[in-house]
Design a protein around this ligand. Structure first.
Ligand code: AHR
Length: 684
């Protein structure tokens, strides 16, 4: 592109496929209208119009925004980019797993909610003149972990007059054509005379049966049964429910009723394929789990007890979450680890530190020892050979190969603990873990002085939380780490997000995020890991606890927020060395970072223009013998900060790729308003 005026640059951008009306077109329209009035009006009117013209001219972007100057020194990299810079953080919040990533379609499958034993989401069926009742029976269940069950008592039933119940799913059950759904349940019958059970997938609105199958007879002792339902031709829809029906009087007990669609990589007890594919596109280097508040629990006895989340589902007692709903614990420790394995993410395992959200804590010393031992056992479960106590347990659970674990965090947001005991608690965990696993990097969840952590999970010292901010707060703090003490521990930004937009974030949030990420990237010699949070939200009514999330979904489909696409752009265009940049700009909402990929010889230049006007820019790449003139530009942009994606409009704001042909040691470009752009420029 030839160097030219800001207006010429706009024309060029539109030619590259971007659609926002050109400011110059707007200007010529205003001019034409104003002059036509000017000719017709009185002297007074002419004066008013002349004033208006002056004002309009002054406020137009292509004249108001002075050119910014950016120098990128490509002669050498100033530090290495952390290969683990961009990760994800996840916990059971907003129905992230139950009703989310965990593909189980039956909700409240173990008849327990935050209210106690409960049949929430289960509805009695009495077809024709069948008569039956259902209730939770606390006196019988299939295991020590599940000692209760749903008791169906049928007074009368027969063919065409069945009795039973149905499950409403997680805001529906998504059915797709020609698909096999694999189910299982535990049951026992009062007598063999009760016969069998018919299981059907039924459309809520039409009553159409998508498929039906039968278990011919039920035994009188607790036993697990398997079933498969196959759909034929149907319109994909979440308007389905799952029915269990009997045709004879008597009593029958049920527990752990389950139904799975095809899962990611066909794994048993697996994950939703669409969400795993969205995460694959994000290229996360690590997963911080299992929380968050979900690790801590509201009270000490409600923390994430990993030993209760492993093994067969029937041996998992399930537990409450601090997010006011019950967790099936189908996503247990092993499922978190296979999630890491599937997406090639480093596990960042957070272990319970003896502190809960209601500010209870375990005294460091003798009282804390069992918790330290629990963490050591957990690390052994993850990394131990099959000849170790907990490695053998993992093998029994189906994964003989040990996982690679490099990072362990002690607790979560420990700066909230008013007792001031974290220093001592951390030291106790640190010493025990380092003694047995010296190579592990130990992450502190708050500043400590007793021992020096390898990594500190940093927090916003003003807001006294992880980095949950407005876009403006991030714009003003993009230099946060520029002057950080390089002699201290490395930094994990364990949770961060621009909290604008609900249920998922909007373009303004993506701009705040992108601005913040330029700062993380420029400082990724010290910021070795950063994970956006929360990752997921089920957007169905009542499913969300935390507005402003990265990825939204319902039972049927999923979508990424503009923040999601900003993250994809940043994590997939990342070199291995940080380049020094110098930006001179009159625009306080213009941000930059540049990295160099030594294998591909590509400079990944990221530019964020969060202003409401386009920004002319002169770029100088110094120190390269040759700069290829054709470069790729990936752009995420919109008309307003509020513009966003949603479940019904999922692709409104998505990255668009185009080419420029005027890249060089020096070149001009005009950054569109409200835009995030990545330039991939080959240099030699
Ligand atoms: O991400 C939501 C919550 O915010 C996390 O559970 C907690 O660590 C933080 O306060």
């Amino acid at each position: 592109m030839k160097r030219g005026s800001a207006c010429e640059q706009h024309v060029k951008i539109d030619a590259a496929g971007l659609t926002t009306p050109d400011v110059c077109t707007k200007l010529s329209l205003i001019l034409r209208k104003t002059f036509s009035y000017f000719h017709k009006g009185t002297v007074y009117m002419r004066l008013v119009f002349a004033g208006a013209l002056l004002l309009a001219t002054a406020s137009l972007p292509c004249f108001s925004q002075a050119t910014a100057h950016l120098t990128v020194d490509v002669a050498e990299t100033v530090a290495k980019v952390s290969p683990t810079l961009y990760g994800i953080m996840s916990e059971e919040i907003n129905h992230s797993y139950d009703g989310g990533l965990y593909a189980e379609m039956v909700s409240n499958r173990t008849f327990k909610t935050v209210k106690g034993l409960s049949l929430e989401n289960w509805v009695l069926i009495q077809n024709g003149d069948a008569r039956a009742t259902m209730e939770v029976d606390a006196s019988t269940g299939p295991s020590a972990a599940l000692r209760h069950s749903l008791m169906l008592t049928v007074a009368s039933a027969g063919p065409g007059a069945e009795a039973g119940f149905y499950n409403t799913g997680f805001w529906g059950m998504a059915m797709r054509p020609k698909t096999a759904y694999g189910g299982s349940f535990w049951a026992k019958a009062e007598s063999p005379l009760l016969g069998g059970v018919t299981i059907r997938l039924v459309n809520d609105k039409t009553g159409e049966v998508a498929d039906s199958t039968s278990i011919p007879s039920l035994g009188i002792a607790w036993q697990q049964y398997q079933y498969t339902l196959r759909t034929g031709e149907l319109n994909p829809s979440a308007d389905y429910h799952l029915e269990f029906l009997v045709e004879h009087p008597g009593t029958v007990w049920f527990q752990l009723i389950s139904l799975f669609p095809p899962t990611y990589k066909s794994e048993a007890n697996g994950k939703r394929t669409d969400l795993m594919e969205m995460l694959t596109a994000l290229h996360p280097a690590f997963l911080r789990f299992p929380g968050g508040n979900y690790l801590e629990g509201e009270q000490l006895n409600e923390h994430f007890e990993w030993k209760k989340t492993i093994g067969p589902l029937v041996d998992r007692p399930t537990h409450t979450t601090p997010w006011n709903y019950w967790s099936s614990d189908g996503m247990g420790l092993l499922e978190f680890l296979t999630w890491c394995e599937d997406l090639h993410m480093e596990p960042l395992l957070a272990v319970f530190s003896g502190y809960s959200l209601n500010h209870e804590h375990i005294k460091p010393g003798k009282d804390l020892e069992p918790y330290v031992q629990d963490a050591l056992d957990e690390i052994e479960y993850v990394t131990g050979g099959v000849n170790t106590r907990w490695g053998a347990e993992r093998a029994k659970d189906g994964h003989p190969a040990p996982f690679v674990l490099k990072y362990v965090e002690i607790g979560n947001e420990e700066y909230h603990d008013p007792s001031g005991t974290y220093n001592a608690r951390f030291a106790q965990f640190y010493k025990a873990i380092k003694h047995r696993y010296p190579a592990l990097q130990i992450v502190a969840a708050a500043p400590v002085t007793a021992v020096r952590p390898d990594i500190l999970d940093d927090n916003d010292h003003v807001l006294h939380t992880h980095f949950y901010r407005t876009a403006q707060q991030f714009f003003q703090d993009v230099h946060h780490y520029d002057t950080y003490d390089r002699s201290g521990p490395k930094i994990l930004v364990g949770e961060w997000a621009t909290r604008e937009g609900s249920p998922t974030t909007n373009l303004g949030a993506a701009l705040g995020d992108a601005a913040w990420m330029t700062g993380l990237e420029r400082n990724s010699d010290i910021v070795v890991m950063a994970s956006y949070a929360p990752l997921f939200v089920n957007v169905s009514p009542g499913a969300m606890q935390w507005p402003s999330d990265l990825i939204g979904y319902d039972a049927m489909t999923s979508y990424g927020s503009p923040s999601y696409y900003a993250q994809v752009m940043f994590s997939t265009h990342l070199g291995d060395g940080i380049l020094k940049t110098n930006l001179e700009t009159p625009n306080p909402r213009l941000f930059e970072s540049a990295t160099y990929d030594s294998k591909t010889h590509v400079v990944h230049l990221k530019l964020v223009n969060a202003a409401s006007t386009a920004q002319p820019l002169e770029v100088a790449l110094t120190g390269a013998a040759h700069v290829q003139s054709e470069a790729t530009v990936t752009t995420l942009r919109g008309r307003t900060m509020q513009e966003t994606n949603s479940i019904t409009d999922p692709k409104r704001i998505v990255p668009v790729t185009s080419k420029i042909s005027n890249a060089g040691a020096k070149f001009s470009y005009t950054l569109p308003k409200y835009s995030i752009q990545v330039f991939d420029i080959r240099v030699d």
